[in-house]
Unconditional design. Sequence first.
Length: 367
Amino acid sequence: MQFTVSQETIVRPLQLVCSIVERRATLPILSTILLKAYGTQLTMTSTDMELEMIATLPVAVEQEGKTTVSARKFLDICRALPANATISFQAEDNKVLVKAGKSRFSLSTLPSEDFPDSEGANYIDEISLPQSALKSLLDETSFAMASQDVRYYLNGLLLEREGAFLRAVATDGHRLALGSLTTAKKADEKNSVIVPRKAILELGRLLNDSEDNVTVAFSTQQIKVELPDLHFTSKLIDGQFPNYQRVIPVGGDKEVLAERDMLKQALSRAAILSSDKHRSVRINLETNLFKATVVNQEQESAEEEMAVEYTGSLLEIAFNNAYLLDLLNAMPDQKVRMTFSDDNSSVLITPFDEKLDRQYVVMPMRL
């Protein structure tokens, strides 16, 4: 196997592929990437047995074939070479020779037959949508995923297909984020999958704000995302996601309209005196006035007042301030609507623009 490629062409896809390679892999083969050269293309494949990434790039193939190479070492070598360097890659007799200019590296390989082969899945639903739309949907909901929760099904994001809708739901049991978008293709039947946290975070890095289409396919065992020159596959979490519709409050009669940035800044300033253990913020509502108070264990206090649109009755309620700030950072609108029922009920926070189909729920804390 032999090919040549420019440093600029290979570095970016190589970085993406290496991002899922574990630093301390359980099996030596998992610390390598599989390289296949054929025709005028090179494919680079990495896996951690849960996620798989395949990047395709144009190279000058002199001899077709496949081999494995240490992901970290190959990436470090390619990154360290000058941007205008032409890299020559040659594999024979369990060794790989990488040359560029006066630089020369000899690396050991492992048998390519030992590299895990992803099983072909039977995909039951496939949709195509702009990268920017999928990125926004994930970015604006995934922050509410649990991390290392014993309820393993919460350590991921629910993706649900119903009719022409694609919904994303995340919850850690204390807060919930729900977003949806309309797709060109309708689903034959309602179906849902739970995508692991690691896969969602990786997708957040891979997607960009372009209008280029991305294809998403679902099977009962895995999800596949196809970007230009990149295929990403992840196994799914096998579990029953909670009925999120029951968590979303209805019938709240106390509605606050506020400027997102002003609210975020007020809560951020109040959070300066929060302690790691006590992150609660007390909120008092009266006509056209929003007041946030934080008192810490040293009995130090911070108070913030801001003008809002509110005509309901007096209300005093407490929340985890970090949860409010997380959702305000993710909120896609400059104006927010907060709907309260009473001091024991969750708050429903939505963008003022109803076309932005996002809903956020935060449970109250004891005062």
